[in-house]
Design a protein around this ligand. Structure first.
Ligand code: HEC
Ligand code: HEC
Ligand code: HEC
Ligand code: HEC
Ligand code: HEC
Length: 358
């Protein structure tokens, strides 16, 4: 019996395992192709070429903008974990080795710019390191401390949250990425639903894409993710509640820019415009808010900041730079916009009677 049985098993087992290996290989090829197409694998991106003339990525940028810097931060190869000790190598994207060393797999806790450490992050921990932003409520509060709210100060300059700080958004008041006004309470982590509550539950980690079909199976009646809505109040006070929660956030965001511009003229005494390029807020000699790109220069950066204006502009940018904010933490985004508008309304005439705070 035995003698007959073993070759039979071997015969059956061989083609099956060969098939599995081939499937595995195809899976791996698909995965690599998806990664190569993703922003993480984009060798041309400014995120990985910005320092090419310098020849190296400085320590304070390397953690997120170079594979060697990220490995340095994780302590791969005997380096000290938790900080970057050497400049990063230019033209290194976020490759396989960024997320698949023993150190990356073991990473479970991340410290945010507010100093808060958040633990039990599992396979989303690596995402949280680079998508945490570079400023928080605390840095804004520190910068304006001791200054009169509506007094222009030449010691003030714009603070930029940095980009794609989605992890901080998702954690809300736990990480405090937005400027949180005193006396208000803010939404914490957006828990959403089990199965769609972590970075990698929604984003395939190699393509970084979100597959909308799974979302729309729950969120019936809409065809686009941006049309999803479960909170039905008229947060922006426009009378139009037909759009998704994304539209509600965008409407308030637009109102905030108008309010910032009005305040700049009436209180700070110098017109301001937002332009999509560093450092984002510029003097606006046209007074239209529509800045010609030749005026978006370093010399023309806005310099008539008051504490109140800086807080509102900071929050405007927090919302602008996480286009997924409506999914990552809609209530937190709405609260930041609402409170920034309410604060500006204490000194300039804007109608906030119809906006609603969630
Ligand atoms: C905590 C992580 C982190 C650190 C530290 C960091 N960045 Fe970034 N940075 C990012 C992420 C994430 C993006 C990608 C945003 C996107 O394109 O989605 C980015 C994008 C950029 C871009 C491209 C912006 C654009 O509009 O495409 C530049 C330039 C940049 N960072 C400069 C810097 C500099 C300079 C430093 C150091 C002083 C730095 N970064 C430090 C995370 C970081
Ligand atoms: C930004 C981080 C990141 C990068 C870059 C990355 N991976 Fe992954 N990878 C992950 C995570 C996270 C998982 C686990 C997914 C989960 O827990 O659902 C994973 C899972 C895998 C798996 C298991 C199969 C699967 O699909 O879950 C393989 C194989 C793999 N990665 C190979 C690679 C290769 C090869 C590269 C380079 C082309 C790469 N990874 C780049 C984060 C990354
Ligand atoms: C070592 C730093 C690093 C890690 C780890 C990392 N990212 Fe990124 N991520 C970046 C940078 C830098 C960019 C911008 C790349 C570019 O400009 O091409 C980016 C881009 C993205 C984008 C696209 C943003 C856009 O502008 O379209 C998504 C989505 C994303 N990452 C999700 C994730 C997820 C999910 C994880 C964890 C599995 C993760 N990232 C891990 C640094 C990182
Ligand atoms: C509930 C699902 C969900 C979760 C959880 C989630 N995301 Fe997203 N994320 C999305 C969707 C959907 C978008 C695209 C939004 C759009 O463009 O309309 C997005 C957009 C992004 C972007 C791109 C922003 C840009 O510049 O275009 C980044 C980066 C990102 N997410 C990172 C993360 C990270 C890191 C985490 C974990 C902290 C995370 N996301 C958690 C669904 C999710
Ligand atoms: C299992 C069902 C389910 C799945 C799957 C699901 N969601 Fe949700 N979603 C919910 C529920 C329930 C809420 C309300 C949660 C709350 O307000 O606390 C919600 C809330 C939201 C909101 C906020 C809406 C508002 O008005 O504030 C957005 C945006 C959203 N989901 C997007 C997504 C996206 C994108 C995906 C896919 C990546 C997804 N959802 C997958 C059930 C689901």
């Amino acid at each position: 019996m035995r003698l007959l049985f073993i070759p039979l098993i071997a015969c059956l087992a061989f083609p099956a395992s060969a098939l599995r290996a081939e499937e595995g290989l195809e899976g791996l090829e698909r995965l690599i192709a998806a990664w190569l197409d993703s922003p993480h694998g984009d060798y041309q991106s400014l995120s990985f070429t910005y320092w090419n003339e310098q020849g190296e990525v400085p320590e304070n940028c390397a953690m997120c903008h170079s594979e060697t810097g990220f490995m340095d931060f994780l302590g791969v190869g005997g380096l000290t974990a938790g900080g970057v000790d050497h400049p990063g190598t230019i033209n290194t994207v976020i490759g396989c080795a960024s997320c698949h060393t023993a150190e990356a797999h073991a990473l479970d806790a991340v410290t945010f710019p507010s100093g808060i450490e958040v633990a039990e992050l599992g396979s989303s921990a690596t995402c949280m390191v680079c998508h945490q932003g570079r400023q928080s409520s605390d840095q804004v509060a520190e910068r304006v401390a001791g200054k009169a709210l509506d007094q222009v100060s030449d010691e003030l300059a714009f603070l930029n949250i940095h980009y794609a700080a989605s992890a901080a958004t998702m954690l809300g008041s736990v990480a405090r990425p937005g400027y949180q006004y005193e006396g208000r309470s803010y939404a914490g982590q957006f828990m959403h639903v089990p199965g769609a509550d972590t970075c990698v539950a929604c984003h395939e980690p190699h393509s970084t894409q979100v597959e909308p079909d799974g979302c729309l199976a729950c969120h019936r009646g809409v065809e686009e993710m941006r049309d999803i809505r479960t909170q039905h109040q008229d947060f922006a006070g426009t009378g139009d509640r037909s759009g998704g929660i994304h539209a509600e956030i965008m409407a308030l965001h637009g109102q905030l820019l108008d309010a910032i511009r009005l305040y700049a003229v009436e209180v700070a005494g110098t017109p301001i415009a937002y332009f999509s390029g560093f450092p984002y807020f510029f003097n606006d000699p046209t007074g239209t808010g529509d800045l010609p790109s030749e005026l978006a220069t370093r010399d023309n950066r806005y310099q008539s900041w008051t504490p109140r204006l800086l807080k509102a502009a900071y929050n405007y940018q927090v919302v602008a730079k996480d286009p997924g904010g409506y999914v990552h933490n809609p209530r937190y985004m709405l609260q930041l916009l609402h409170d920034s508008l309410a604060d500006l309304a204490e000194t300039v005439e804007i109608d906030i009677s119809r906006i609603i705070r969630p």
